[in-house]
Design a protein. Structure first.
Length: 271
DNA sequence: ACGAAGCCCTGCAAGC
DNA sequence: TGCTTGCAGGGCTTCG
């Protein structure tokens, strides 16, 4: 479900309901995720106050005085604020009940997500320590991409989706950004010029920025914490359009697989 | 050290 | 209608 825009959409939706709230109780209903939810988590959370909710890549960080609740939505995860008497449904893994009468509910059918507790500096945690820059900051630019790609043979798309290179660029937005920049997804990362990387850095920012502004991309079931779908789907130019004509040149879009993920591109517009 | 592949899981749509 | 197959928005881990 979530790429960076969807995670950011969730974060923004949660923020006003969660910040400053005291946690009355927490309940782990199904601990099996990518890693088990720690058995001690409810004890850590109980009585704590959520000071802030931030995002690093696709991770959500709920900061408490005693530590940080680290959450990843994986492929199918969803986190929402609901009234505390809201009946549980399938795949509701965890509830964090707030003094306000609402609760934070984490649901994840495919269980690729994670809910962890980190004491001390969360950015020193193994999962966050080696992450690349945020795509919407100035640190992420053409020069950075160009420099870092030197002598790399990986395909441009695989390079763009590597969280050590840049965080938050998932399959949809990698396809879209490469199309907008006119870069063929299969081209070796080390064989792309600086000006073309400048274009690519720009289109990554554009695509993600537009998607956030539109509340993310709802393909099947993504809903923001307000229950509304994202509207970026209607802006997609290549993702999910294999076999259909390119909006720019009319040539039929090609689909291939890279690293077990579907790639769609225009053989005419992308070189 | 790097790059490719495997794997974790459920749900759904398409095809037979 | 019902079965089987393949694919899905991610990313850590293992293998070569």
């Amino acid at each position: 479900m979530p790429e960076l825009p969807e995670v950011e959409t969730s974060r923004r939706g949660l923020e006003p309901h969660i910040t400053g709230q005291k946690i009355s109780t927490a309940l782990v209903r199904e601990s099996r995720l990518r890693w088990p939810i720690p058995a001690e988590l409810p004890a850590y959370l109980q009585g704590g106050i959520v000071r802030s909710i931030t995002r690093r890549g696709k991770y959500l960080l709920f900061k408490l005085d005693e530590g940080t609740l680290l959450m990843h939505l994986g492929m199918s995860g969803n986190v929402r604020v609901v009234p505390k008497d809201c009946p549980a449904t399938k795949h509701d893994h965890m509830d964090v009940v707030l003094a306000s009468g609402n609760m934070l509910r984490f649901n994840d059918p495919r269980r690729f997500g994670a809910v962890l507790w980190v004491q001390g500096d969360p950015f020193q945690h193994a999962l966050l320590k080696h992450l690349g820059p945020e795509p919407l900051t100035d640190e992420f630019c053409g020069e950075y991409l160009h420099q870092r790609a030197r002598s790399k043979k990986v395909a441009a798309k695989t390079y763009l989706m590597d969280s050590k290179v840049v965080v938050g660029v998932g399959n949809i937005y990698a396809n879209e950004a490469l199309f907008r920049a006119g870069v063929r997804p299969t081209r070796s990362a080390g064989r792309i010029s600086l000006p073309r990387y400048e274009a690519l850095a720009q289109t990554v920012k554009e695509v993600l920025g537009e998607a956030i502004a539109q509340g993310g991309t709802t393909l099947k079931d993504f809903l923001g914490s307000d229950g509304k779908p994202g509207y970026f789907k209607q802006s997609l130019q290549v993702y999910g359009r294999a076999g259909e004509p390119c909006f720019v040149c009319g040539k039929v879009l090609t689909e291939i697989r890279q690293a077990q993920r579907s790639t769609v591109f225009c053989g005419q517009c992308q070189k």
